[in-house]
Design a protein around this ligand. Structure first.
Ligand code: MCA
Ligand code: AMP
Length: 510
């Protein structure tokens, strides 16, 4: 694959497809949804809180919510924080915001006050639709003028304003991600980016209105939101929403509601693999894994019980990029071929994966420095390429394999942890002189956060419980270390930079 050669997407396209990647009219996510959902209003769309909601009722609910938000003074382009456990209210609030042209900023509900404050001060929202205890007060302390309500949108009613008017290039979602360096940055995804991301997987995975997805991924990351929810609405299929992941509930939900698809992170597959009803997944049309590497052993274990898991690769900044084929070999240890619309090539000197396409975001929110670093000019004068920070290889059959990361990132249970952020929080502990965190391999979590600690003079090295208790107010719990390794000194290069790769190699297998 080279930057000047068009990609071959044929491995993903259904038989008879003309090979072009045209987005559905009018080129926006909300426009395509409105078209799809206005048809057959009595069809079940989302199951949540023990009941089905039809397409018609869902659209009606989103119009009502949009009316309330407009009456509260929100206008297209305003940022809105949205966070809650998966529910019909959350899905409707998200869709209502997009229909009104607002820019949704999804936030992980496990974030601490400090993490929430960073996002709020960075993107300066006009409203927050949040379901977590204590968040209203925290947000109002940050900005007394902020409109804050729960995702039930307890605001006065208002007339329904014109909806679904956004243009393809209008921002729709700002997804915060640690990226390669520094504090979390907001990746600005447009209506077109989100439409292209969902459309590509609908095509590649043969997702139709006959499909029903078991969706237990949180709706605050691109996996659950940009693929699970957006794809369901675009395909006109239906989804069973569950709060959090419990293998029993997932398998019951699949049987009770006749689901045809399941999407999960490898940690979920690891937990499902031990279940005595794991073979039930074989009855599904499609099981997709992503967000972190699926081990070949787990892939093979599922194949043994009749489940051919399809692994794919994506990012907050790009929605989905590469996928194993629906028809053809789903190769263990590989993420497959670039999805329709995606151009991909490997930097010849570093093997870093570079991408571009209608799904790839245009830049981080108010971060010209990061944008300059993370986009590379095209030698032929075409669109710039986004540096993913992932390293890859492509074999003779065109299968892409993720071989490592150029960026300092730990991925635990499908969630990203930026080690410098953890280091900073732990350094403040009085018994810590120096600390560096790294990811140690774990069968269940993929990687776990391990802290290598140099104890302060006159102090014993703190225990893992000490450090977790100490940092719990500053870091979401998935970022807290699960192990502590006392060391005399941290390995550093000549410039004094910690050699995290050496720590990773030294980290004990969890
Ligand atoms: C929860 N904990 C974790 C994690 N999740 N620790 C490390 N890593 C995690 N991922 C903490 C809890 O806070 C708790 O800590 C303790 O672990 C036990 O929680 P447990 O009940 O076992 O965990 P869980 O609630 O079952 O969650 C595990 C999970 C969840 C289901 C795997 O993490 C999850 O839903 N992950 C998927 C996230 C996701 O959607 N990622 C996609 C992003 P304590 O006891 O101290 O309170 S990537 C993306 O979107 C791109 C586009 C892509 O490619 O998909
Ligand atoms: P996020 O920033 O949370 O969207 O995480 C994106 C990162 O997850 C990517 O840059 C990859 O490092 C990683 N990732 C996603 N899917 C896979 C996969 N199938 N295999 C390996 N890494 C993956």
């Amino acid at each position: 694959m080279s930057p000047d050669r068009p990609q071959n997407w044929s491995a993903h396209l259904p038989p008879g497809h003309d090979g072009r990647f045209d987005l559905p009219a009018p080129g926006t996510l909300v426009g395509a949804w409105a078209d799809r959902l206005a048809d057959d209003p009595d069809r079940p769309l989302l199951h949540a809180d023990d009941a089905w909601t039809t397409r018609g009722k869902f659209l009606e609910r989103t119009s009502t919510v949009a009316g309330r938000l407009a009456a509260a003074g929100l206008v297209a382009g305003d940022r809105v924080l949205v966070s809650g456990p998966s529910s019909l209210d959350l899905a409707a609030a998200h869709v209502a915001c997009l229909r009104l042209g607002l820019v949704v900023v999804p936030v992980n509900g496990a974030y601490t006050g400090g993490e929430l404050a960073h996002i709020a001060s960075d993107c300066r929202p006009v409203a927050a639709l949040v379901d977590h205890d204590g968040w209203s007060a925290l947000l109002r302390d940050l900005d007394s003028e902020l409109t804050v309500t729960s995702t039930t949108i307890d605001l006065p009613a208002g007339p329904v304003p014109p909806l679904d008017r956004a243009a393809p290039g209008d921002p729709a979602v700002i997804g915060y991600t640690s990226g390669t360096t520094g504090a979390p940055k907001g990746a600005v995804l447009t209506q077109e980016n989100l439409l292209a991301g969902a459309h590509a997987v609908c095509l590649a995975w043969r997702w139709t209105d006959a499909d029903r997805l078991l969706l237990c991924l949180p709706l605050f990351h691109m996996h659950g939101l940009g693929v699970g929810l957006h794809g369901t609405l675009l395909a006109g299929g239906s989804a069973v929403l569950q709060q959090g992941f419990a293998p029993d509930r997932v398998l019951d939900g699949i049987t009770d509601h006749g689901c045809s698809m399941f999407f999960g992170v490898p940690t979920m597959y690891h937990r499902l693999a031990d279940h005595d009803r794991v073979a039930d997944l074989g009855g599904l049309r499609l099981c997709v894994a992503g967000s972190a590497p699926l081990s070949p052993a787990l892939h093979a274990g599922f194949a043994d019980v009749g489940v051919s898991v399809l692994e794919r690769y994506g990012m907050t900044e790009t929605v989905m990029l590469v996928s194993n084929p629906f028809d053809g070999e789903r190769r263990a240890g590989s993420v497959g071929f670039p999805l329709p619309g995606v151009d991909l090539y490997l930097d010849p000197s570093t093997a870093e994966i570079l991408v571009r396409g209608p799904n790839v975001f245009g830049g981080y929110w108010e971060r010209p420095d990061a944008n300059a670093e993370e986009f590379a000019d095209d030698p032929g004068g075409g669109d710039p390429w986004f540096r993913t920070g992932d390293l890859g290889s492509v074999d003779d059959d065109g299968y892409v394999t993720i071989t490592g990361r150029a960026k300092e990132l730990i991925i635990t249970g499908g969630l990203n942890v930026f080690p410098a952020e953890v280091d900073e929080a732990l350094t403040a502990h009085p018994a810590v002189a120096e600390v560096a965190t790294a990811g140690a391999p774990s069968e269940e979590w993929g990687e776990v956060v391990v802290a290598f600690v140099v104890a302060a003079d006159g102090h014993a090295c703190p225990t893992v419980e000490d450090l977790r208790d100490f940092a719990r107010d500053r870091l979401a719990s998935h970022k807290l270390p699960r192990r502590v390794v006392p060391v005399e000194a941290l390995p550093r290069n000549a410039l004094g930079k910690v050699l995290r790769h050496e720590l990773c190699e030294a980290a004990p297998h969890a």
